[in-house]
Design a protein around this ligand. Structure first.
Ligand code: SF4
Ligand code: SF4
Length: 296
């Protein structure tokens, strides 16, 4: 999978065209686009509440169908893109979004890794369609669900299912200030240590993808005594194979280890490679161990 993420400073905003249907406005323009997704990451923006009012003073919300029918014609200074590419039409539309966007920010596991819908990448999507729909011949879809960066250059990626509200505000503030956003690197494990959460894997024997998952959520699930599901996708230097082996040695069945890595970021190559080929264990499959904080 090719991933093309540009440094923020290398991509100038496209020249502003005349603003159709609205009073010319000196504020930078913001557009929010949806592809294959559940809208949860867009809701994170709407849930910013008090900060959203402050943001509205600084930027003109020019295109955001989830929030308003009012549309200001592009180009746009900042585009937030939610969702993955799953149809030929969307593969064309993302090119148009890129062409009229200054800074393009992908938001969420769908946009950055293909989302849960990338499970189709591991199967025959025609067979799945035939099993679900009475008239699969009427469907138009691509065989794979792919992240936005597989199609166009992306300037900033925000991970998670859904994204973290604090990270979203940091990126928008950074773009407005013309600086690089301060986003954490490293793993969820480091966040557990920073907030003083006792390790759920070591202390309680729960299956947890924290060691290989990108930081950014504040170690939300371990703080509530759950193993990490990996919704932020792989960290920069993950050792997924090693974690998969440890989970297997702890008594988790191979199929359960595989399922643990195949959820929100199943399209991420590092998570796919963790269990390909499958690890060898002698344990039987269980429902409880399938990546949701169960005991291996
Ligand atoms: S990343 Fe999760 S919350 Fe965001 S659109 Fe996709 S499924 Fe919804
Ligand atoms: S702990 Fe893991 S699954 Fe839970 S929110 Fe954070 S990254 Fe997502």
């Amino acid at each position: 999978m090719s991933v093309d993420v540009a440094p923020l400073s290398t991509r100038p905003a496209p020249a502003r065209g005349p603003l159709e249907g609205a009073t010319p406005d000196a504020r930078p323009t913001l557009a929010v686009w949806k592809f294959a997704s559940c809208d949860g990451c867009q809701l994170t923006l709407l849930n910013c509440e008090a900060e959203l009012l402050a943001l509205a003073d600084r930027v003109q919300v020019a295109y955001f169908p989830e929030a308003t029918r009012a549309v200001v014609a592009g180009p746009y200074d900042v585009s937030l893109v939610e969702g993955s590419i799953t149809t030929a039409e969307d593969a064309e539309r993302i090119q148009q979004v890129r062409a009229q966007s200054g800074t393009l920010v992908t938001i969420g596991a769908c946009a950055t890794a293909g989302g849960i819908q990338a499970l189709r990448n591991l199967a025959d999507v025609g067979e799945l369609a035939a099993a679900v729909y009475p008239r699969p011949d009427q469907l138009a879809y691509l065989a794979r669900s792919t992240p936005i960066a597989s199609h166009v250059t992306v300037d900033v990626q925000l991970y998670g299912c859904p994204i973290d509200r604090g990270q979203l505000l940091e990126v928008l503030a950074a773009v407005l200030a013309g600086r690089a956003p301060r986003l954490p690197s490293g793993s969820v494990c480091a966040e557990c240590k920073r907030r003083g959460t006792v390790c759920v894997a070591v202390a309680d024997g729960l299956a947890c993808l924290g060691p290989v998952t990108r930081a950014g959520c504040g170690a939300l699930c371990p703080a509530h005594h759950r193993g990490c599901y990996g919704c932020f996708g792989p960290q920069d230097t993950p050792n997924g194979r090693s974690l998969a082996t440890v989970l297997g040695e702890g008594g988790m069945a191979a199929v359960d280890v595989e399922r643990a890595f195949r959820t929100f970021a199943t399209g991420a190559e590092a998570f796919r490679a963790a269990t390909a080929p499958p690890i060898a264990t002698g344990a039987s499959p269980t429902d409880a161990a399938a990546g949701h904080g169960g005991r291996p």
